[in-house]
Design a protein around this ligand. Structure first.
Ligand SMILES: Cc1cc2nc3c(=O)[nH]c(=O)nc-3n(C[C@H](O)[C@H](O)[C@H](O)COP(=O)(O)OP(=O)(O)OC[C@H]3O[C@@H](n4cnc5c(N)ncnc54)[C@H](O)[C@@H]3O)c2cc1C
Length: 317
């Protein structure tokens, strides 16, 4: 599968990526976010598709887009409907930790600047979790920001990693957490490769997080696990409504299920907040490179993507 993905022409990668990417401008991301909220009551988190920054000009460009994202989100949306902003630490350093172990130069300063701007504008930020080289650094960065009073910054935990149970115990009180299985293929000495274990841990860790008072963003497309989260885990922890939400990726064809969630047909607290992760790029060239890399890291995703394109083409959402 990998040689095939490597050789796939850009226009075909774009064809497969199209349902998952809002477009090639911040404007396209904001428009998708506004439509989802207005038409379906679905919330969003915006993400800039960019990685592998190699020169200062690209770095400046990326940082400018993040600043503009925060400002525009604050200007265009109000209150609970305001999208959150998702940030990838590797997108604002020339020294990513997977290639240059040590310190991802400039990354913390950038996050801190975005956190300050976001606090002034009342925008929530989430630091996406990248591969295992970033885990300690990212959690430390979030902790430092928290110590500086940035309690609008949330983190992501990956249940495939063996360290995650201990990471939960060390989280600052009340920090918002997106819980995922993790998209990166990690070696067996640090992670489980058994998907059913990752899924069971989603439930176990979600319970632990809720009991510790964290706001849980339960991010998966596995309907069976989402039902178990809402119908078993949430009631068992006796938390109130409004202490959790369900997140999915924009473009994964799950509208009917999302409508069940937002209408209150699943779970015991009435309507469940659904938030979609909406990526946009600043050009299709970046989006194509990004999507190709993700597919190479996780070729099994190609099957789901191909199936999804089939559904889009035949109008089955
Ligand atoms: C909102 C959100 C934010 C995320 N943030 C991060 C992050 O910061 N760090 C990180 O490592 N990972 C992140 N992920 C990815 C996550 O770790 C998983 O890799 C991804 O969600 C797939 O796993 P799953 O739990 O949906 O289960 P799966 O078992 O992989 O999928 C369940 C079902 O959904 C279908 N499906 C899944 N993905 C797709 C797709 N793209 N197209 C069509 N069908 C699909 C599958 O075919 C399957 O039927 C995020 C995921 C979401 C939803």
């Amino acid at each position: 599968m990998k040689p095939l993905i490597r050789r796939l022409p850009g226009f075909l990668v774009k064809f497969f990526a199209r349902p998952y990417v809002a477009g090639d401008s911040l404007e396209s991301g904001l428009d998708v976010a506004a439509d989802l909220l207005r038409q379906r009551g679905v919330h969003t988190t915006l993400d800039l598709l960019y990685e592998g920054v190699d020169d200062d000009e690209a770095l400046r460009e990326v940082r400018d887009v993040y600043r503009e994202m925060i400002r525009e989100v604050a200007t265009r949306f109000e209150g609970a409907g305001r999208p959150t902003v998702s940030l990838k630490p590797s997108s604002y350093t020339k020294r990513p930790l997977d290639r240059f172990p040590g310190e991802p130069e400039g990354s913390f300063e950038a996050i801190r600047e975005f956190a300050q701007l976001a606090r002034e504008r009342d925008v929530d930020l989430t630091i996406d979790m990248e591969d295992r080289h970033w885990t300690t650094w990212t959690l430390d960065a979030a902790r430092r920001l928290r110590d500086e009073g940035h309690d609008h910054v949330g983190v992501v935990l990956q249940t495939r990693l063996e360290r995650t149970a201990a990471d939960i115990d060390a989280l600052p009180e009340g920090m918002r957490v997106r819980l995922v299985i993790g998209i990166y293929n990690e070696p067996q000495d640090v992670a489980t490769t058994d998907k059913s274990v990752m899924k069971e841990r989603m439930l176990e860790y979600a319970a632990k997080l809720l009991e510790r008072g964290h706001y849980v963003e339960f991010a998966t497309h596995d309907m069976r696990i989402i039902r178990r989260f809402l119908e078993d885990v949430v009631p068992a922890t006796k938390v109130e409504a409004g202490t959790y939400e369900v997140q999915m990726l924009y473009g994964v064809p799950m509208q009917a299920f999302q409508n069940e969630l937002t209408s209150g047909a699943i779970g015991h607290h009435g309507p469940v907040r659904v938030r979609l992760y909406v990526p946009f790029a600043t050009s299709w060239e970046y989006a194509i490179a990004y999507c190709r890399r993700r597919l190479l890291e996780n070729p099994s995703m190609a099957t789901a993507v191909a199936r999804n394109v089939g559904r889009v083409l035949t109008g089955r959402r």
